[in-house]
Design a protein around this ligand. Structure first.
Ligand SMILES: [Zn+2]
Ligand SMILES: [Zn+2]
Ligand SMILES: [Zn+2]
Length: 470
């Protein structure tokens, strides 16, 4: 497979024999997915950024994680795009060695992408997991980058290309990853930001202590020793001399005749004179006014992957859910659960005194909870578990079939009672999601099967798991 080259006409002319020339905006991505790497050649910053964005915003791991290089035709000095690329080369440095470098580098990255299950299919709609997978395949950290286009005042260029558009989700994304101990941060800087929108673009405004007008003036004050008169400097100025307005003497030597003790402010609006003006900040983005002491004062950090992240990288967000939910649900191993189920079937068959019910709960749309809730995802999962716990009794047994499917054995419970209980569960979960999420999502799917002593454990499990996967 040939690597893909894209960009402007220079790309086509110069390197077409070694590369497959493609224009990303028009082609289906198959050729890009199978190419070992992608080389962008462009003289236009916006074109190069748009191409990179098109690659990184895909949801196919083999495309968005692909090694992307840039042959700079005069744009690589733009540091920002450089940070989102694997490597940039100057056009005059580009030779056989560069080609060797591309192949070698991308081979390493591609090996790592192959470890991800389903990496050739569209699967990653979640930016959090894309960022983790990017960091994992590059073995790299996330470095903050000072930026005047991003209203936070800084950004992580790598993540920007994953987003559909620049937005506030960056704060949510980072806090989510940090809160779940998937990444850990190291201090780089501290900034002030708006309490309403997180913008770092704030106008620090000096205002009158009385009428709060910003129309104030700073004045130098002169103290004439001889007559003890104190007044603004402008009242002393007579052509090129300083003359005391009270005693009319000329002032000559500072320290000897007079001193300049401290500045005072005077308000052009109300005439008030004062030594220290009040300070108020106004956000350029949302116009919210704040006292400086009330501003947010977040730490800007660089981040590296934590150990837990590699299992999320390789097995997805559901793995994280399992981790969260295991904390909230005491459960037994699937093998032991099956043995207990067989004993239960046997007891029902022999005594014919009661019936029990097997119940399946499948959780769906978990990645949406995680991304929309950010650091609150944990709380959401906890409330979700509480709702389910409320209908369970101490004697009920729980097991995890896989990371999103729970199976519960409700002993001495007829199917209609179990179904009633879980209708309540569903209603309460709907309420929970309405309260917390903007769109109403279906989070659970429930199946119930009665244990009558007639069917075997395998037959019951098959019936229960039917339809559970879609
Ligand atoms: Zn005033
Ligand atoms: Zn005087
Ligand atoms: Zn604001």
């Amino acid at each position: 497979m040939k690597p893909v080259i894209c960009g402007d006409h220079i790309a086509e002319e110069l390197y077409s024999d070694r590369f497959l020339y493609k224009n990303l905006f028009e082609e289906t991505p198959d050729k890009f997915i199978s190419a070992p790497y992608i080389l962008i050649v462009s003289v236009d910053y916006h074109q190069a950024a748009a191409l990179l964005h098109q690659i990184r915003s895909s949801n196919i791991p083999f495309l968005y994680l692909k090694s992307v290089f840039l042959i700079d035709c005069g744009i690589a000095e733009i540091d920002y795009i450089k940070k989102g690329l694997d490597k940039t080369f100057k056009k005059n440095e580009f030779d056989e060695n560069s080609l060797d470098f591309f192949s070698h580098y991308s081979e390493e990255i591609n090996k790592k992408i192959k470890q991800i299950p389903g990496s050739e299919k569209p699967s990653d709609n979640n930016i959090a997991i894309k960022v983790l997978r990017y960091m994992y395949t590059r073995n790299s950290s996330l470095e903050p980058y000072k930026s005047s286009i991003h209203y936070l005042g800084y950004t992580y260029p790598v993540t920007d290309f994953f987003f559909e558009k620049l937005n506030n989700n960056l704060v949510k994304l980072i806090s989510f990853l940090e809160d779940h101990q998937l990444i850990s941060g190291e201090f780089v800087d501290r900034i002030f930001s708006c309490t309403q929108c997180n913008s770092a673009f704030l106008n620090f405004r000096e205002i009158c202590t009385e009428c709060k007008s910003p129309n104030i003036e700073e004045q130098q004050v002169i103290h004439h020793f001889r007559c003890a008169y104190v007044g603004p400097e402008k009242d002393f100025i007579r052509e090129d001399k300083l003359v005391c307005p009270k005693c009319k003497r000329t002032l000559k030597l500072v320290g000897n005749d007079y001193e300049k003790p401290s500045d005072i402010y005077s308000c052009n609006n109300c005439g008030n004179k004062f030594q220290e003006p009040d300070i108020i900040t106004e956000c350029y983005n949302c116009s919210k006014k704040n006292l400086p002491q009330h501003l947010l004062h977040p730490t800007v950090k660089s981040y590296k992957l934590e150990e837990l992240a590699s299992s999320v990288v390789l097995y997805g967000m559901n793995n994280l859910f399992q981790h969260d939910i295991e904390k909230n649900f005491p459960h037994i191993k699937y093998g032991s659960f099956l043995k207990t189920l067989e004993t239960e079937i046997e007891r029902i068959r022999r005594f014919k005194l009661f019936k029990s019910t097997l119940c399946l709960i499948k959780f769906k749309n978990l990645d949406k909870i995680y991304l929309s809730q950010g650091i609150k995802a944990n709380l959401f999962i906890q409330e979700l578990s509480d709702i389910i716990h409320n209908v369970l009794r101490r004697s009920d047994l729980i097991t995890l079939y896989n990371e999103t499917i729970f199976i519960i054995l409700m002993t001495h419970t007829e199917i209609k009672n179990a179904q009633q209980a879980f209708t309540r569960v569903k209603e309460n979960i709907d309420k929970l999601s309405e309260k917390n999420l903007s769109d109403k999502l279906n989070f659970i799917k429930i199946n119930t099967v009665e244990i009558t002593g007639v069917k075997t454990s395998k037959e019951i499990m098959d019936e229960l798991l039917q339809n559970a996967f879609h």
